[in-house]
Design a protein around this ligand. Structure first.
Ligand code: SIN
Length: 222
């Protein structure tokens, strides 16, 4: 890494994300959703582990990736939960491209997500350690936030939503599959995937979300 580049990155990070932890050293990104199965960037290293005090929930509306304006899909965010741990993977960003990677991710995750600092607990084979990371979280204050709903209602919404990155169903099922493959199945995701596989009750009111005929991804796919 060129001398001073890490300092510059961290001061930029601090000015844009005053609430996020700023640290020197390697930059790690914790992924808990589509960034696990579709990172879309080069990374130097990947480690399995968790963040303590957070739960993964389909509480964020998506009008730019897995839904459309007026017919949002439901994608993941994290919600504070003192008793819970959210499992996922952390990527050590390639030092030569980390600034470009963060710019790419800021565009991809701009539909309500902001960077947060977090302590990543690595539990990868014999590797037990913790270190600072960043993650993208959509807070309740963002305009696309949908919040809690009955799982059946979430399933109904997921089953009919689609956007420039693909169907909302794919988002849920890909995540469920990768979490199971990594040995970190998540009850909220698994219950939703089971409901969807069983075929949720059809929607009786409201407009059905159909993909636009010539929809082009406006930003990196999620
Ligand atoms: C993540 O994967 O870490 C953020 C949420 C998403 O993009 O699905």
């Amino acid at each position: 890494m060129p001398a001073g580049s890490s300092d510059l990155l961290h001061s930029l990070h601090a000015s844009r994300y005053p609430g996020a932890a700023v640290h020197s050293g390697p930059l790690w990104l914790f992924a808990y959703g589509s960034l696990i199965w579709r990172p879309g960037f080069e990374y130097a290293e990947r480690a399995r582990g968790y963040v303590q005090g957070w739960s993964r929930r389909f509480w964020q509306g998506s009008t730019d990736h897995r839904g459309q304006p007026g017919a949002p899909g439901r994608v993941l965010t994290l919600t504070p939960d003192a008793e819970a741990a959210c499992w996922g993977v952390a990527y050590r960003l390639d030092p030569g491209s980390q600034e470009a990677t963060l710019r790419h991710l800021d565009v991809r995750e701009q539909g309500g997500y902001e960077r947060h600092g977090v302590e990543f607990q690595c539990a990868d084979g014999a590797r037990r350690a913790s270190w600072p990371a960043i993650m993208y979280v959509a807070a309740p204050e963002n305009p696309d936030y949908l919040g809690p709903a009955r799982l059946e209602e979430i399933a109904r919404q997921v089953s009919r939503a689609s956007g420039p990155s693909g169907s909302n169903l794919e988002y849920v099922l890909e995540l469920h599959a990768v979490l199971a493959a990594l040995g970190m199945a998540d009850a909220h995701v698994a219950e939703l995937a089971a409901l969807l596989s069983a075929g949720p009750a059809p929607q009786t009111e409201g407009r059905r979300a159909e993909p636009e005929a010539n929809a082009q991804p406006r930003r990196p796919a999620l």
